[in-house]
Write a protein that binds this ligand. Structure first.
Ligand code: 13P
Ligand code: SF4
Length: 465
């Protein structure tokens, strides 16, 4: 059996992400560029020498400093799906309100089944605040999301990432040392004096998908954090205070947003941290409005203009919505672009019988297709891999951290895999986050979306659990 397109909603509801992975494993997923190793247990590829493991980001090299997950105890590796289900439910029941489980939109369904809240990274960080009495917040997303939850939750609350190897390849493309080095070179070029309007030479802006250390860097240097929902508002904030912006780590979000605001492409040079002056000329950097860090998301980089053309041929009238982490040509060819929150709201508000081709991670697309059977919803990429780093969180890891919290007669209760941002980083990182929360769209109404945290989605209203 082969599949050429995963298509749910009004039509066939055949292909779950797991089913697709099984086809990849059997070498039967036509057109797939995924590795068959994707179906192996996540702990198996943690030990691999290079890269983020099987899936769409396997070509990216894991930086030396990234956390590594030790081996999961055998009891959790060998347990059947049914046994893990029973153990997770029993531990959740015992812990009750003491624990809250958060699941990102891109998380696999076998983990989402246990989540109390499902949402985007910022909604989930705020969901932690909505449960101030929970002692433990189990974050089923990736490392930078858990760090942000730690920044926003009470100090007594422990944020737990069930598998420490669930990093983000894009976030790891900008490390604090490379950004400091870049900053020194830019200061040497621009100086530090403000212009006649009081605007400093450059303002650092980091995407939420970055380490807490980079958020702290922005807090210390007059900069700010943005999400994919508020990038335009945040850039407008930065342009009021600076002559130009250094935007990291995602070049595509930076380029797509600045282009929509009228910044010419020639004034957006790229900064490649492996090259002197980032690989750009001093003249180009002096003329720059936005300096784009050479980072990208391996999942969103897979979408192409050809896929959009194909969707339009096969589904006349289709509405194409892509995430702003997609390359500029893809965003330009789509009908709309927006964050995961934007995509979910657009689908929820559409009249019944609409057809959507979506350019974002497959778990979210398939869940939306199942949630809105009155529409036809499919992923632009016929056989796309999931976010392979988030996929590393498996029910085995969830059972492991939950049962550790419960403890037993033989083993005292303990918090495993706690993510803690040190105080020296947390203080300036919170400053950068607070600037984002206080930023308002320009009076012209040019902002792309709300800058205040949207409400998290209680799981019952999203996955029907
Ligand atoms: P959100 O900020 O929409 O959760 O997106 C996170 C992400 O990783 C997108 O690739
Ligand atoms: Fe990172 Fe891309 Fe995964 Fe988002 S989808 S967590 S940006 S690797």
């Amino acid at each position: 059996m082969t599949i050429s397109r995963i298509e749910l909603g009004g039509a066939s509801v055949d292909a779950s992400v797991d089913r697709t992975i099984q086809l990849v494993q059997a070498g039967q997923a036509e057109g797939s560029t995924c590795s068959p190793d994707l179906a192996a247990g996540p702990w198996e590829f943690d030990a691999g020498p290079l890269g983020y493991g099987p899936g769409s980001s396997m070509g990216d090299v894991i930086p030396v400093g990234s956390p590594r997950q030790g081996e999961l105890p055998a009891a959790y590796r060998t347990a059947s799906a049914d046994e893990l289900d029973a153990r997770i439910r029993a531990a959740k029941e015992t812990l009750g309100e003491r624990v809250v489980i958060l699941g990102h939109f891109y998380q696999r369904d076998e983990v989402i089944a246990y989540a109390n809240f499902v949402g985007d990274s910022f909604q989930l960080a705020n969901a932690a605040k909505a449960k101030p009495d929970a002692e433990a917040i189990i974050f089923c997303g990736v490392h930078f999301m858990a760090e942000t939850a730690d920044l926003l939750s009470r100090p007594e609350q422990a944020v737990i990432l069930p598998n420490l190897a669930a990093g983000c390849s894009m976030a790891d493309m900008a490390d604090i040392d490379s950004v400091q080095e870049c900053w020194e070179q830019l200061e040497a070029l621009y100086g530090t004096e403000p212009d006649a309007d009081g605007r400093v030479p450059v303002i650092p802006v980091t995407y939420m998908n970055s380490s807490a250390a980079l958020k702290g860097f922005c807090g210390e240097h007059g900069g700010i954090v943005c999400t994919s929902s508020n990038a335009e508002t945040v850039l407008a904030w930065a342009f009021e205070r600076g002559q130009r912006v250094l935007f990291f780590p995602d070049q595509h979000l930076g380029r797509n947003t600045a282009k929509a605001m009228g910044v010419p492409l020639e004034q957006m040079p790229m900064w490649n941290p492996r090259k002197a002056l980032g690989g750009s000329s001093a003249a180009d950097l002096l003329d720059a409005r936005v300096i784009l860090w050479h980072g990208f998301c391996s999942v969103h980089r897979r979408f192409t203009v050809d896929q959009i053309a194909q969707a339009r041929v096969e589904h006349p009238g289709v509405r194409v919505i892509v995430h702003p982490e997609c390359p500029m040509a893809v965003v330009d060819a789509a009908d709309e672009y927006g964050s995961t929150d934007y995509i979910t709201k657009a689908i929820a508000a559409a009249p019944a019988g609409s057809t959507f081709a979506i350019g974002t991670e497959i778990n979210l697309v398939q869940r939306l297709a199942a949630e809105y059977p009155q529409h036809t919803i499919f992923c632009l990429d016929p056989v796309i891999c999931p976010c392979s780093t988030m996929y590393r969180i498996h029910p085995g890891y969830l059972a492991w951290v939950l049962e550790a919290l419960v403890g037993s007669a033989e083993r005292p209760a303990e918090v495993l895999n706690r993510i803690t941002v040190s105080d020296d980083v947390a203080a300036p990182a919170r400053v950068a986050l607070e600037r984002m929360l206080a930023a308002r769209p320009p009076a012209s109404g040019g902002g792309s979306a709300s800058v205040t945290a949207p409400a998290p989605v209680p799981v019952a209203s999203f996955v029907g659990a």
